[in-house]
Design a protein around this ligand. Structure first.
Ligand SMILES: [Mn+2]
Length: 302
């Protein structure tokens, strides 16, 4: 790979219940995102600012899937951007914004590998499962559904983006760091057969063993990895700036070790860094950790 990134900024909040997620890209720039990428020896080939529409529906109660039409339109645009970034030989890094953006970015990665007749692994770090469907969701927030959608579960209007489904193979998908699941999500994890490691698995086995197991599943049989990283997987003591806080998460040393192990495979082809909410942060420290994590993904250094 030629060590070039494409930065895609997506101030998306329509999938969640807090507008602050829209400020994520700005806070990451303040935390020297560009400078840190360059200091890792990578060039920024292109930067794209995606605009997110205002939606009257965001203020409405909808326990099905709020703002889904707007999110579908945005997903189509993101899929094209990520696929084009990969076609250009760059590594797309999509800065959120809420996690519903992964519907589009993963569709983009999937399109890219599919046309080359290759497989890719999906590595999803999150405190939550994000594996609800409109039928099981309590809130109707689409940021609780993107993993289900990528695996082919949900309304056809969104699972069939680009006329095929699923975008990610369950056998090449792993969910890490979960600790706040809805009961139907646990059922869905079992039904799909994805690998899932919760916090007590990490406490018991140690982060290195968990990452080794995950990589032997998602990386060994793939041509690349799409890393979808929800900042709320971190412990809120170190990363308070998120919309949906879940206590007792992954610590700083562990996450850096995990990401450097993943980076050292040389297989990371696309990254989502999502759910930063600067209005909940303390002196931008969560944005700074997010930038540290991106640097670890690029440099392989913990
Ligand atoms: Mn998430």
């Amino acid at each position: 790979m030629n060590k070039q990134v494409t930065l895609i900024y997506v101030p998306l909040y329509l999938g969640g219940s807090h507008r602050g997620a829209a400020l994520g890209p700005a806070a990451m720039k303040v935390a020297d995102l560009r400078e840190r990428i360059k200091a890792c020896g990578w060039q920024i080939a292109k930067e794209v600012e995606v605009s997110v529409p205002e939606s009257a529906a965001w203020f409405e109660e909808d326990t099905y899937a709020r703002c889904l039409p707007e999110i579908i339109d945005l997903s189509k645009e993101l899929a094209k951007l990520v696929e084009a970034a990969l076609d250009a030989g760059t590594l797309p890094i999509t800065i959120g914004g809420d996690h519903s953006l992964a519907i589009g970015t993963i569709a983009g990665s999937s399109n890219y590998f599919r046309k080359r007749k290759e497989s890719f692994g999906l590595l999803w770090f999150d405190a939550h499962g994000d594996i609800n469907t409109p039928e099981t969701s309590q809130s109707g927030n689409v940021h609780g559904m993107p993993l289900a959608i990528c695996l082919g579960h949900g309304p056809e209007s969104v699972t069939q983006l680009n006329q095929y489904s699923p975008k990610a193979e369950a056998s090449l998908t792993a969910l890490v760091g979960i600790r706040d699941l809805d009961p139907p999500e646990l059922e869905m994890i079992t039904r799909t057969g994805i690998a899932a490691y919760n916090m007590s698995d990490i406490d018991k086995l140690g982060i290195a063993t968990v990452v080794e197991r995950v990589l032997s599943r998602v990386a060994d049989n793939s041509s690349g990895i799409h890393l979808s990283f929800d900042i709320d997987v971190l412990d809120p003591e170190i990363a308070p700036g998120v919309s949906t806080v879940a206590k007792d998460g992954i610590g700083q040393k562990d996450i850096m070790q995990a990401l450097s192990m993943i980076a050292k495979t040389g297989l990371v082809r696309s990254i989502d860094m999502v759910e930063l909410n600067p209005t909940r942060d303390i002196q931008n420290r969560t944005a700074e950790i997010a930038v540290d994590m991106i640097a670890a993904c690029l440099s392989g250094k913990a």
